[in-house]
Design a protein around this ligand. Structure first.
Ligand SMILES: NC(=O)c1ccc[n+]([C@@H]2O[C@H](COP(=O)([O-])OP(=O)(O)OC[C@H]3O[C@@H](n4cnc5c(N)ncnc54)[C@H](OP(=O)(O)O)[C@@H]3O)[C@@H](O)[C@H]2O)c1
Length: 230
């Protein structure tokens, strides 16, 4: 997809990756709308990328659908959706508060799928890029529910990619541990010892490469090759 002049909605632009992707797309000439939960950070990123902004908690799936409608109207259509919302929690599965487990699935699975579901009717011929995680492929101790929520998201995206193969290209991005503050925003617990983080800027570059590559459907981590767009 040609990024210049593309009409883009970035959901979760207040985060490190969402903000980085929004700035990179703006730099490449896209026309943006952005959403976030944190009003101050949303106003800051919106002014940087010169975009209409919408406060949105993706757990409110009905509100999300209405917000997508407003963003599409503001843009006059939609070519690219980026979903960069997510939250982790840490600790043994047996100790995880059921309310925390529920919130993990509400944000990481149902929040993300709700946004994509609402955007799909507007995305004929377009692209949806969604942040899952390496945990979908490699579920990890101390992150049972977060891993399961991301695995469910990736399974859902796989099905939608098949169902919409003639209309919307779905790009599932599954990065490894990154140098963002995601772990500091955890719903519960302390992170286990994690590998050396990858710079988030590499994921931003890979996402733009995947948007431009008409055949790309995934960004994955390979121990030997690093981030792979395929
Ligand atoms: N960082 C990593 O190591 C890593 C690795 C693999 C995958 N990922 C995935 O990459 C994505 C972005 O993570 P990041 O590293 O950029 O973390 P981040 O800086 O903490 O950003 C997280 C984003 O999610 C938003 N968010 C959380 N709960 C939300 C909710 N209920 N409704 C709406 N927005 C919500 C936050 O909004 P507010 O700030 O406005 O509240 C923020 O925009 C996530 O899906 C994460 O799972 C991250």
């Amino acid at each position: 997809m040609e990024i210049s002049d593309a009409r883009v909605l970035v959901v979760g632009a207040t985060g490190a990756l969402g903000g980085g992707i929004a700035r990179a797309l703006h730099g490449a000439g896209a026309r943006l709308t952005v959403t976030g939960r944190d009003a101050d950070r949303l106003a800051a990123v919106a002014s940087e990328v010169k975009a209409p902004a919408y406060e949105l908690d993706v757990v409110d799936v009905e509100r999300a659908a209405a917000t997508i409608g407003e963003a599409v109207e503001a843009l006059g259509g939609l070519d690219l959706l980026v979903v960069a919302t997510g939250v982790p929690a840490f600790g043994p599965a047996v100790d995880t508060d059921p309310a925390v487990a529920e919130e993990l699935f509400a944000v990481n699975t149902l929040g993300a799928t709700g946004v994509v579901r609402a955007a799909l009717p507007h995305l004929d011929g377009g692209v949806a890029v969604v942040l899952s995680a390496i945990l979908a492929d490699a579920p990890t101790a101390g992150m049972a529910d977060y891993s399961a929520a991301k695995a469910a998201l990736t399974a859902w995206l796989t099905v939608v990619r098949r169902e919409r193969r003639r209309s919307t290209r779905i790009v599932d991005v599954r990065p490894p541990h990154l140098d963002t503050d995601l772990a500091a925003h955890a719903l519960a617990g302390e992170p286990p010892k994690l590998p050396e983080p990858l710079p988030a800027a590499e994921v931003v570059d890979a996402v733009l490469a995947a948007v431009r590559d008409e055949k790309a459907t995934e960004v994955v981590w390979d121990r030997r090759e690093g981030l792979v767009v395929r």
